[in-house]
Design a protein around this ligand. Structure first.
Ligand code: G
Ligand code: G
Ligand code: MN
Ligand code: NA
Length: 250
């Protein structure tokens, strides 16, 4: 268990850093990336599974995510200045941040200060968040979308919501949880995934498959009509400098 004081000092010492995991299209070409938080502590890389839930128990998560958004927005602005081709970057938002009072204003201010195009910022929300405060979230997402910022439902299929619930979500992308991709060799799972992709298409929502690790998984998903792919088969999450080099090669 990490002490709150330790997490606070990590925040003040700028020890939370974004790693970037590109996602690709059907041809394997980069079409964007997800920013994933890491705690860099004395050259050790601590994964979010070891600290996010502790952060979420207090309001500290709001400050950490606020600073994280700042880092990502400033990275986008930096690449633009250096003439590196821009790609949309998706940031995960906790339920606490989504419910924090001035999230919209804070994000828009950062975008203005860094002079970036809103098209290059996306947010990911876990399915579960919609169950808690649907009306609030619905309004919030619509405000962001009016500004050109798009949203994904993360870990889709692991929450409690049914497929019919999807029709009510004002989102642009749906990320199919890794657990389904892992089980694609099972016929029932394949049918579920096919239905998710079909229904999303009917609703004009793009699908992103998470945790794609094998060529077989990639082929099955492509055949089903999935449009974006993320996973170790293509790229692992990488530090900002590596991500920048990767984009510069292109
Ligand atoms: O990067 P990794 O696969 O270890 O991420 C583990 C989990 O942590 C994922 O569910 C991911 O969505 C979550 N995560 C990564 N960065 C953030 C963040 O900045 N905020 C929140 N709330 N979750 C994050
Ligand atoms: O829940 P969320 O989708 O935000 O988090 C993605 C998590 O999955 C990150 O922690 C990332 O490191 C991890 N991840 C990404 N691609 C793969 C993969 O192909 N295999 C596995 N096992 N984990 C992955
Ligand atoms: Mn995510
Ligand atoms: Na996920």
């Amino acid at each position: 268990i990490k002490l709150k004081a330790e997490l606070e000092s990590a925040l003040h010492n700028n020890e939370f850093k974004p790693y970037y995991q590109p996602c690709v299209d059907r041809n394997g070409l980069i079409m964007g990336a997800e920013a994933l938080i890491r705690w860099i502590k004395n050259d050790k890389i601590i994964p979010p599974s070891e600290f996010i839930s502790q952060l979420e128990q207090s309001e500290l998560i709001i400050k950490v995510e606020d600073k994280f958004i700042e880092s990502v927005v400033s990275f986008i602005s930096q690449t633009k200045k250096e003439g590196i081709p821009p790609y949309p970057i998706a940031i995960n938002l906790s339920i606490k941040s989504l419910n924090s009072k001035d999230l919209f204003e804070r994000v828009i201010l950062k975008i203005k200060q860094n002079k970036i195009d809103t098209r290059y910022l996306k947010f990911e929300i876990v399915e579960r968040a919609f169950l808690e405060k649907f009306e609030h979230l619905n309004k919030l997402i619509l405000r962001f979308r009016e500004k050109g910022i798009s949203f994904s439902v993360d870990d889709f299929g692991t929450g409690y919501s049914s497929l019919s619930y999807l029709a009510k979500l004002p989102v642009d992308f749906l990320k199919i949880d890794m657990s389904f991709i892992r089980a694609l060799s099972d016929e029932k799972t394949r049918n579920i995934v096919r239905s998710i992709i079909f229904l999303a298409k009917e609703l004009n929502i793009q699908t992103i498959a998470e945790g794609v690790e094998t060529k077989e998984q990639f082929d099955i998903l492509k055949e089903m009509g999935c449009s974006c792919f993320q996973g170790y088969l293509f790229y692992r999450p990488m530090p900002e400098s590596d991500f920048k080099s990767l984009l510069m090669e292109r």
